[in-house]
Design a protein around this ligand. Structure first.
Ligand SMILES: [Zn+2]
Length: 515
């Protein structure tokens, strides 16, 4: 009895001391930033479920954010920590405000997004995914030729700054929208992307965090949203279920889940800052994805191109600017893994700058360093194995499963999308056996060869099991496997020039498409 009393007393003391300590530490802040020495990976993985480990962390030191409740839990581990006072971002009032060297006010942001759609109505649409309690809107632009009309094109997504104090990508995305729209018809790369891809760009995924203090400035921006929740721990998790962080889905989370439910994104990237690295799946477990080689190829392309376009020493964190998520630190409830596992979308996490909110004057540098890589990454969405799946008799497009035999694992298969029936399966160079299947239809397995940075087109007709007509359709033997221009560069539907198509039956044909 005596012993129990004694322990109860000590337990009480610890908790009440911590609660007081927490009030002192937080003051009027809703989240704090701190560091502690890296111990064992196992312990870090446990702690990462409680607090929010920051991108700045490395194998020696962990940097993290916590709200009051999370910090109380952290204290129970009895780990020595150092509080970090992040310098308050000071907006540069002398900046020109014309060369994308400033962070716009919230209202300027809304006007910019509106003006994109107003100025380029035939290729740009503005969508509001929802309005937060604060009145802030979750805005996203959709860019494509025949914008809003479903076509045989991959759907691509860039979304930035779900951590409200990581803002380099916020301005870079606004500039990317501006450059693509203004370059349409003159810049051949931008024109090709608008013609061939259904692009969605959301520059600011956590407006309440970015404008935590007021709408005039991002000074005082927070990582978390207005409810002190880390949005990048708030998604359904492969192992921990729908609410891995113990919080209900935030409005921001619901908006993005709804978006992913209505648009079948094929390739995506989620932009952050705090480090300089391209982080590919998985974040939550040590399993490698089926397409680890492809991810390494795409990541290396991003990093290598960024190195060419920047000063020495930029974008070389971890393995020279590339990392597997799990190798860095575990994240549960992250958006990247959610999109990959539950939405069959290839999504990566991009860390653009060590400085979370660099001075506005440095933003043009980050643009020059990253814009070619950002464009290349969008271009990747047009490559790999792709085509349209239809009913062999009616010709109607089908939503069918596309699975690589002996290769797919952990939800790496994809589906074709209606109303067009198009599918997009990104694969590293190699030979694959692909099975196309749908309930009520006879499955088909076809051998294909895929090349890096090229599209292999394979349209497939599936025959309904109830068909008694007795006709078994073979795949069109003249499927285009590769297209090249006369200099041997890969091209996609290039107009007014000679292109050489190689077909799946081995034949080669020269042609010219006149616009
Ligand atoms: Zn982040």
């Amino acid at each position: 009895m005596k012993i129990i009393l004694k322990y109860t007393f000590i337990f009480f003391l610890t908790i009440s001391f911590s609660a007081q300590e927490i009030e002192n530490i937080f003051g009027d802040k809703t989240e704090i930033y701190f560091s502690f020495d890296y111990d064992k990976k196992k312990q870090i993985d446990k702690i990462s479920k409680i607090i929010s480990i920051d991108h700045k962390s490395n194998r020696l030191k962990i940097y993290a954010y916590a709200n009051k409740k999370e910090f109380l839990e952290f204290l129970k581990f009895n780990i020595d920590y150092q509080l970090i006072e992040e310098p308050l971002f000071k907006p540069n009032t002398s900046s020109t405000r014309s060369n994308w060297d400033y962070y716009p006010s919230y209202n300027e942001y809304v006007s910019l997004m509106q003006s994109f759609a107003d100025s380029f109505p035939s290729i740009c649409k503005l969508h509001n995914l929802g309005t937060l309690n604060s009145g802030h809107e979750m805005l996203i632009v959709q860019i494509s030729d025949n914008v809003g009309v479903p076509e045989n094109e991959p759907s691509f997504l860039y979304t930035s700054s779900m951590h409200g104090n990581e803002l380099t990508g916020y301005v870079l995305m606004l500039r990317l929208i501006d450059e693509i729209l203004n370059g349409y018809g003159s810049n051949s790369k931008y024109t090709n992307l608008v013609n061939e891809v259904d692009m969605w760009i959301n520059p600011l995924a956590n407006p309440d965090g970015a404008y935590a203090v007021n709408d005039n400035s991002v000074s005082g921006a927070t990582r978390y949203n207005a409810n002190s929740v880390d949005l990048n721990r708030n998604y359904p998790d492969i192992l921990d279920g729908p609410n891995p962080d113990g919080n209900p889905w935030q409005d921001e989370t619901v908006m993005f889940i709804n978006l992913a439910d209505s648009v079948r994104f094929n390739l995506a990237c989620n932009l952050h800052t705090g480090a300089e690295v391209f982080n590919y799946p998985w974040d939550r477990w040590s399993n490698l994805t089926a397409d680890d080689d492809w991810w390494q190829h795409v990541s290396a392309q991003y990093a290598d191109t960024a190195h060419v376009n920047s000063n020495n020493g930029y974008f070389n964190d971890l393995n020279n600017g590339i990392t597997n998520g799990w190798d860095w630190y575990e994240i549960n409830g992250g958006r990247q893994d959610f999109m990959n596992y539950f939405k069959f979308c290839r999504e990566a996490t991009l860390e653009l700058s060590s400085n979370k909110i660099p001075p506005g004057s440095q933003l043009p540098y980050y643009w020059n360093a990253n814009s070619p890589s950002l464009i290349n990454y969008i271009e990747q969405s047009t490559y790999g194995l792709r085509g349209v799946i239809t009913d062999s008799i009616t010709g109607n497009p089908l939503e069918a499963k596309v699975e690589i035999i002996g290769h797919d694992v952990d939800s790496s298969h994809v589906y074709s999308d209606l109303p067009v029936g198009n599918y997009h399966r990104y694969l590293v160079q190699g030979n694959y056996q692909v099975t196309f299947s749908k309930n009520g239809y006879k499955s088909k397995t076809i051998d294909v060869a895929v090349n890096n940075n090229l599209a292999t087109t394979l349209d497939v007709q599936l025959s309904n099991q109830n068909n008694t007509v007795g006709i078994e359709f073979q795949e069109n033997p003249k499927t285009i496997v590769n297209s090249w221009d006369i200099l041997g560069r890969s091209v996609l539907n290039k107009k007014n020039t000679i292109i050489i198509n190689t077909y799946s039956d081995g034949s080669v044909e020269k042609k010219i498409i006149i616009e």
